[in-house]
Design a protein around this ligand. Structure first.
Ligand code: GDP
Ligand code: MG
Length: 205
């Protein structure tokens, strides 16, 4: 008899407004790209099923609804995240400069058990624009930043041309899964520890 456990992994996507967070998710989950700019509306998250080795994994990918402009995403957005995806636009320096803020904001709000080992991934998006001629952040600069954050994985992507999108999200799923396993092992001995964190926060929606 084969019994397979389905694992739910919560992934949140952060970065400045306009860098392509929603487009990357749409490309990954729906295989669609739209040139039109519209603030995200509707569901808080989309899901995608995938199999990694012998595990069935449901990625629950949370998008912002444009509130990232005001940096007020609320505690429910961050709560229980298994992986944080940071996105910047390789053609916009400011979107790279604010990565530190997003990184710190995540750690502050999500408050993971071990901030040093919590899985982050960086995506440098819109590499298709102008054949790369309008690019202002070099791959080296991005990789140096990742190295300074404890070797964060890095992918250069295009949501428009569907470059590296599947590869990036597969890495995201694997990294989150690896972290989840470690947590399972850690919590096995101390189940009470969970209740304490559950009680903090405000509403339970
Ligand atoms: P968000 O605010 O981070 O969610 O960004 P959106 O996904 O809404 O994208 C902002 C704008 O950039 C939209 O007009 C998209 O069509 C466009 N865009 C997103 N990703 C890419 C990309 O990889 N290449 C190009 N050329 N445009 C993109
Ligand atoms: Mg969006």
């Amino acid at each position: 008899m084969s019994m397979r456990r389905r694992t739910l992994l919560k992934v949140i996507v952060l970065g400045d407004s306009g860098v392509g967070k929603t487009s990357l998710m749409n490309q990954y989950v729906h295989k669609k790209f739209s040139q039109q700019y519209k603030a995200t509306i509707g569901a808080d998250f989309v899901t995608k099923e995938l199999q990694i080795d012998d595990r069935l994994v449901t990625l629950q990918i949370w998008d912002t609804a444009g509130q990232e402009r005001f940096q007020s995403l609320g505690v429910a957005f961050y709560r229980g995240a298994d992986c944080c995806v940071l996105v910047y636009d390789v053609n916009v320096m400011k979107s790279f400069d604010t990565l530190d803020n997003w990184h710190d904001e995540f750690l502050k709000q999500a408050n993971p058990a071990d901030p040093r080992t919590f899985p982050f991934i960086l995506l440098g998006n819109k590499i298709d624009i102008d054949g790369g001629n309008s690019r202002v952040v070099s791959e080296k600069k991005a990789k140096d930043w990742c190295a300074s954050k404890g070797n964060m994985p890095y992918f250069e992507t295009s949501a428009k041309e569907d470059i590296n999108v599947d590869a990036a999200f597969l890495c995201i799923a694997k990294t989150a899964l690896a972290n989840e396993r470690e947590q399972d092992i850690y919590f096995q001995g101390i189940p009470e520890a969970v209740t304490e964190t559950e009680q903090r926060g405000g509403c339970a929606c």
